[in-house]
Design a binder for this molecule. Structure first.
Ligand code: NAD
Length: 248
């Protein structure tokens, strides 16, 4: 493992544009369950039944039952060593952008500035009918939160079946096309279209460093270095290796 971390560190040091693509797995050590591992929130709330825009439109009260629980978990979560480590890499100038599928704001809380939120953010709510937007905090006591037009509000996170924000889509595509190194951290890479980012980067010559506690469909098809283990531990070791090399 030490040798793999050293090699990954070399890729990062020698890359003029490095990205990280992160998924739910990076926030598991902060106490937010991912979709696909056993146990937790998603074994009670099937994403197909609760996380689609069709489900929200059909029965927003029911979906808010899940959103409230998810919101409580996210509110209590604090950035872990992986979020903080990526923030440090950015400050050192070795990580240029994070593209995250997460809606938990933990990258920003962990010190990262250049974060593209591919699936939106849970800190605001919008009305699907009149378009008015509110801060989540302002509506914290309303269950479910309603717009002044009386309709039930939707958090500004992307549900399955909704379009990805155009800006996030375009910037991610451009960055992936010119990246020299891509860290893929804590994602099963099965959700589309965000899962096209590793192949776009790879086709354009980027080295792919994958950090996951399990192998994924990327591991044998496009990953150059697979660092198996928990994101907190591996990212910390990788940051330490990059720091050491940067000082040499
Ligand atoms: P996923 O649940 O499909 O996959 C999680 C991946 O992380 C798995 O490959 C798993 O092996 C790995 N993993 C779990 N714990 C880990 C750890 N400690 N260290 C390293 N790897 C670990 O998640 P996904 O690929 O992100 O796709 C799920 C979708 O659900 C995304 O679109 C995301 O928007 C959403 N989601 C977000 C959050 C959040 O904001 N924190 C939480 C749950 C789901």
């Amino acid at each position: 493992m030490e040798e793999l971390i050293e090699r990954a560190g070399d890729f990062i040091i020698n890359s003029r544009l490095t990205l990280a693509l992160t998924g739910a797995g990076i926030s598991v050590e902060s106490g937010i369950p991912d979709f696909r591992s056993a146990g937790g929130l998603w074994s009670r709330f099937d994403p197909a039944e609760y996380a689609t825009i069709a489900a929200f439109r059909a029965n927003p009260e029911k979906v808010w039952g899940m959103l409230r629980e998810m919101g409580q978990v996210v509110d209590q979560a604090r950035p872990n060593k992986a979020h903080v480590g990526l923030g440090e890499l950015e400050k050192m100038g070795y990580l240029h952008h994070i593209i995250t599928q997460n809606i938990d704001n933990l990258h920003q809380e962990g010190g990262s500035r250049n974060v593209i939120e591919y699936h939106g953010n849970s800190s605001t709510l919008s009305c699907l009918w009149c378009g008015k937007r509110y801060g989540t905090d302002e509506k914290r006591d309303e269950v479910p939160p309603r717009c002044e037009c009386k309709r039930i509000l939707k958090p500004d996170v992307i549900f399955f079946g909704e379009a990805i924000p155009q800006d996030a889509l375009n910037r991610s595509f451009q960055l992936a096309s010119s990246a020299r190194a891509l860290m893929v951290i804590g994602t099963s890479a099965v959700v589309s279209p965000v899962n096209t980012i590793p192949s776009i980067a790879k086709q354009n010559g980027a080295k792919i460093i994958e950090i996951n506690k399990e192998r994924t469909h990327l591991t044998d098809s496009m990953t150059d270095i697979f660092l198996e283990g928990s994101a907190g531990l591996i990212v910390s070791d990788l940051v330490a290796a990059v720091k050491k090399k940067g000082e040499m």
